[in-house]
Design a protein around this ligand. Structure first.
Ligand SMILES: NC(=O)c1ccc[n+]([C@@H]2O[C@H](COP(=O)([O-])OP(=O)(O)OC[C@H]3O[C@@H](n4cnc5c(N)ncnc54)[C@H](O)[C@@H]3O)[C@@H](O)[C@H]2O)c1
Length: 289
C-alpha cells in the first residue's frame, strides 16, 4: 500500500451510498466494480449514477461530454469474489448489520490483493468489532461518506484499534483523490459526526417539548445565529425521526451518557408514524409530491 494507487475500486452494495461512492470514484478516474446481491440491483445502481451525472451536467457542475466516459468506467456485477480480486480499494456499503459486514470482510480479505485498503461505510457500527479476528484487520478502516455522496464534502475516517498507520495514510490519500475533505476519528460510538449532530437534534426536540420556542424559531436560531445551513429539527425531519431515535438509543446505551436519552416527544412522534420528510409529517408538514 505504499504508492497508493486507486486505479481499481470495488464498491459493495449498490444502494444510495454505494452508488454515490462508485460515482465519485469513477469521476476521479478509477475503474469501478459496483457489486450487489443480484445483477438487477447492481444495474439499477449504475442507472441511478447515470441519472445523477446527467443532473450534474445539466446544472453545469460536470463538463459536457464527461457523463459517458465516467459511466463507461463503472461495471455492475453480482460476483463478489471476482470483483475484488484486483481492487486497490474496496468500500463496503451493504446494510447496517454487524454479522453481514463481518461475513463480507471475511470474503473480501481472502479475495482482495494484500495491498488493498478495505473500507466500511458503516454509520454506527464499531470498526474494531467488524475487523475483530480478521487476518486483514490492519487494513480495515471506517470510510464514512455522507448522503448524497457526490455533493457532501466530508469523509469521516474512523480508525479501529488494529488499523495500521499506513491504512490511515492510504484512506487520507483516497479522500484527497476523491476531492473530499477528511477528518480522522477514533473508533467510538457515534464517531464525531453523529455524536455531536444527534445531540443537537435531541436538545432541539427537548426545547420544543418544554415550550421554549416553535420548531421554526429553534431552527432559525441555529441558521441565523450560528450559520448552520439547516436547523436541528429540519435536519431531524430529513434524516428521519425513527433513524435518529435508533441512533440515540444506541449512543445512550454504548456511551452510558444520559444526554442521549431520547425525549418522550420523539418516541411519541415515531409511534404515531410522524417520521419526518419521508412520511409527510414531522416537525414540519411536507407535500406528498
Ligand atoms: N443512507 C445514508 O444516509 C447513510 C449515510 C452514511 C452511511 N450509511 C451506511 O451505508 C451503508 C449502506 O446504506 P444505504 O443507505 O446505501 O443502504 P441501501 O439499503 O440503500 O443499500 C444497501 C445495498 O446493499 C445491498 N446488499 C445487501 N446485502 C448484500 C450482499 N450480501 N452483497 C452485496 N450487496 C448487498 C442491498 O441489495 C442494497 O442495494 C449502511 O452501512 C449505512 O449505515 C448510510
Amino acid at each position: 500500500m505504499t504508492d497508493f494507487s486507486f486505479q481499481n475500486v470495488t464498491v459493495i452494495g449498490a444502494g444510495a451510498m454505494g452508488a454515490g461512492i462508485a460515482q465519485v470514484a469513477a469521476t476521479a478516474g478509477s475503474h469501478v466494480r459496483l457489486v450487489d446481491i443480484d445483477k438487477d440491483r447492481a444495474e439499477q445502481g449504475r442507472d441511478r449514477i447515470d441519472l445523477s451525472l446527467a443532473r450534474l451536467t445539466k446544472k453545469g457542475k460536470l463538463e459536457e461530454g464527461r457523463q459517458d466516459d465516467i459511466l463507461s468506467r463503472i461495471r455492475a456485477s453480482d460476483d463478489l469474489d471476482n470483483s475484488v480480486s484486483n481492487a486497490d480499494v474496496v468500500v463496503e456499503a451493504v446494510l447496517e448489520d454487524m454479522d453481514l459486514k463481518r461475513d463480507m470482510f471475511s470474503t473480501i480479505s481472502f479475495r482482495a490483493p494484500s495491498h488493498a485498503l478495505l473500507g466500511t461505510n458503516t454509520s454506527s457500527l464499531s470498526i474494531g468489532k467488524i475487523a475483530a479476528g480478521n487476518a486483514a484487520a490492519g487494513r480495515i478502516i471506517g470510510l464514512h461518506f455522507f448522503n448524497p455522496v457526490p455533493i457532501m464534502k466530508l469523509l469521516e475516517i474512523v480508525r479501529g484499534p488494529e488499523c495500521s498507520d499506513e491504512s490511515v495514510a492510504a484512506a487520507q490519500a483516497f479522500s484527497d483523490y476523491l476531492g473530499k475533505e477528511s477528518i480522522l476519528v477514533r473508533d467510538v460510538p457515534g464517531f464525531a459526526t453523529s455524536r455531536l449532530g444527534v445531540l443537537l437534534g435531541l436538545e432541539g426536540i427537548r426545547m420544543v417539548e418544554d415550550g421554549v420556542a416553535s420548531p421554526e424559531d429553534i431552527d432559525k436560531a441555529m441558521e441565523l445565529g450560528y450559520r448552520h445551513p439547516m436547523g436541528p429539527l429540519k435536519l431531524t425531519d430529513l434524516v428521519g425521526l425513527d433513524v435518529r431515535l435508533a441512533i440515540a438509543e444506541h449512543l445512550r446505551r454504548e456511551l452510558d451518557a444520559p444526554q442521549f436519552e431520547p425525549p418522550q416527544l420523539m418516541r411519541d412522534m415515531v409511534a404515531q408514524g410522524k417520521l419526518g420528510r419521508k412520511s409527510g409529517q414531522g416537525f414540519y408538514s411536507y407535500d406528498a409530491s
